[in-house]
Design a protein around this ligand. Sequence first.
Ligand code: ACO
Length: 444
Amino acid sequence: MSASGGSQGSAPATDNQKSSTLRLDDKEHTLPVYQGSIGPDVIDITRLYGDTGYFTFDPGFTSTASCESKLTYIDGDEGLLLHRGYPIEELADNGNFLETCHLLLYGELPNAAQFEDFKQRVTMHTMVHEQMHRFFTGFRRDAHPMAIMVGVVGALSAFYHDSTDITDPVQCDIASIRMIAKMPTIAAMAFKYSIGQPFTYPRNDLDYASNFLHMCFSVPCEKYEPDPVLAAAMDNIFILHADHEQNASTSTVRLAGSSGANPFACISAGIACLWGPAHGGANEAALQMLEEIGSVDNIPEYVKKAKDKDDPFRLMGFGHRVYKNYDPRAVIMQKNCHEVLEAVGADKDPALPVAMALEKIALEDEYFVERKLYPNIDFYSGITLRALGFPTSMFTVLFALARTVGWIAQWKEMIEDPDQRIGRPRQLYTGPAKRPYVKMEDRK
Ligand code: ACO
């Protein structure tokens, strides 16, 4: 297949006057090429099957742009992450999480009045329906908080019928605000339930991150004031996880939403996907790995295991489908990690020297260099979250909380697209061809 000049078709993005030619069975087919504002051009194959009878084959979507989006851009080779054009480092250094939420949802950073209005709207939705408390008690006492999240977030659609009509933009906006506002409350309730403590109601005089720490760590019998250093770190962690383009959970949300499912159900599907160890579960796995390694002396043995093709062990928190350079979020997370550990006096955490030495050794090792395997955000986030006081079972819950805004913004972008259709991939079928039914007595 070749790409050449020449204007083609109606492009969803900027038409860059290019097309490509595909030669199949001695026939040439012209395929339009579209150009985004940055990033690789895309070849439009939507008419390929109709025109040629061929499907494309791309399991794992390594070469497929599944949608057009204006939200987030990643350059994996450069280690660049932009939200609506703003580098993640600048958002994390200068702004707060609610600003990033506004940016992702509405396209621009809010001015002072818009920020106050947005903050007020989110804050007024922080409580959950009182009946939801009973929903929690239906779970086994030792239920994993992610299992609770999948169930409770999906169940929001049973409590908030008045914001499930996806054809009504006002209802969609209310559902969005509700999820951003209630996710910390639900996450904190899942945590409290798992440790047998009473639920703590939100405090609307606190900022988003401080309120979350309050709901997680205060108890009715004692006074609690969130530490501003820890609240700032928490807020920073939320910003770093807010959105990440078309990853597995976001694609799950989009696919679920493409059928017209309500937003609460779609976000619940995203949470289920995020739970997997190759995705959101990696920070938990990374911390467990650091604990298992135990000391700097044992690192060479684990690096050897990670390189051994016959051993399924991988260095958790290393490698990324898109980043073939440092994950820019990992750099900020490493800084965050040192600050939190110092603030809580946990700078003696034995996992930290192991992490730092492992990072250094792996970055110099030919195997990791050749494959462009760098630390990802999860490498340091586990140590940081533990220092903040969270058990490992809560790590993915915190990721889900922060990613909710990204999922919603992506979902909204999709349903607002007038050309949106249900997502329906095809397959390369390699099972048996058509054959007649064999009666049981005739089967071998
Ligand atoms: N340790 C050792 N080897 C690795 C690792 C690792 N962490 N990651 C990739 N490799 C090797 C693979 O064995 C493969 O080697 P080969 O070419 O000799 O066969 C090569 O690097 C490419 O690996 P793939 O699995 O093809 O890469 P892919 O893009 O599919 O996987 C993934 C990306 C899933 C993140 C992978 O790097 C991994 O499993 N990392 C550990 C889990 C992790 O940290 N996940 C967090 C992702 S970030 C997030 O969700 C926020």
